[in-house]
Design a protein around this ligand. Structure first.
Ligand code: IMP
Ligand code: MG
Length: 173
């Protein structure tokens, strides 16, 4: 499980873009702070790097979800493996995702969390693959729009490997 990885977005580019997103989010939430919801496991790296660069009060919670079916194609059904520890009622919530592909996971999550009476609910994703969208979902912050390729690194995995790469790349067969 250690094929060669072709770099798509360099570590320097990713970190620079995360700083831009953090500045924008700090501005948008100025005077109120934000409650980040990190979607395990893929979003862990992005959440940490983003949170470190925010200049507003930040709290963080974690949720783990899984779509049924194969690893590389989303089936559209989502199940919760780990729910949040804390209530989101009355809080300004920002869901942090690694990538939006079909949109099924985030659309399900946004609907679910929306029923828990947050004050506001937005989405921030590091990567967006719009070519493969099946379910429309409103995303406020997008790091990079990428072509329809299966990417790894910066938290994203292929069969659980490659999450630790400090850049985003494509595994070469
Ligand atoms: P969606 O429900 O199809 O939008 O799928 C989102 C989830 O699928 C992400 O949170 C990832 O875990 C996974 N995923 C989608 N595309 C990729 C990819 O290119 N590389 C790694 N994981 C991916
Ligand atoms: Mg995954």
């Amino acid at each position: 499980m250690t094929g060669k990885v072709r770099e798509m977005i360099s570590e320097v580019q990713v970190n620079a873009r995360i700083k831009e997103l953090a500045d924008q989010i700090s501005e948008d939430y100025k005077g109120k702070g934000v409650h980040l919801i990190c979607i395990l496991k893929g979003s862990v790296f992005f959440t940490c790097e983003l949170a470190k660069r925010l200049s507003i009060p930040v709290t963080i919670d974690f949720m783990s979800v899984s779509s049924y079916g194969s690893e590389t194609v989303s089936s559209g059904r989502v199940r919760i493996l780990k729910d949040l520890d804390e209530s989101i009622q009355g809080k300004d919530i920002l869901i942090i995702e690694d990538i939006i592909d079909s949109g099924n996971t985030l659309s399900y999550l946004k609907d679910l969390l929306g029923t828990r009476a947050p004050k506001s609910l937005e989405i921030c994703t590091l990567l967006d693959k719009p070519d493969r969208r099946v379910t429309n979902v409103d995303v406020k912050y997008v790091g990079f729009v990428i072509p329809d390729e299966f990417v790894v690194g910066y938290g994203l995995d292929y069969d659980q490997y490659y999450r630790n790469l400090p850049y985003v790349g494509v595994v070469e067969q």
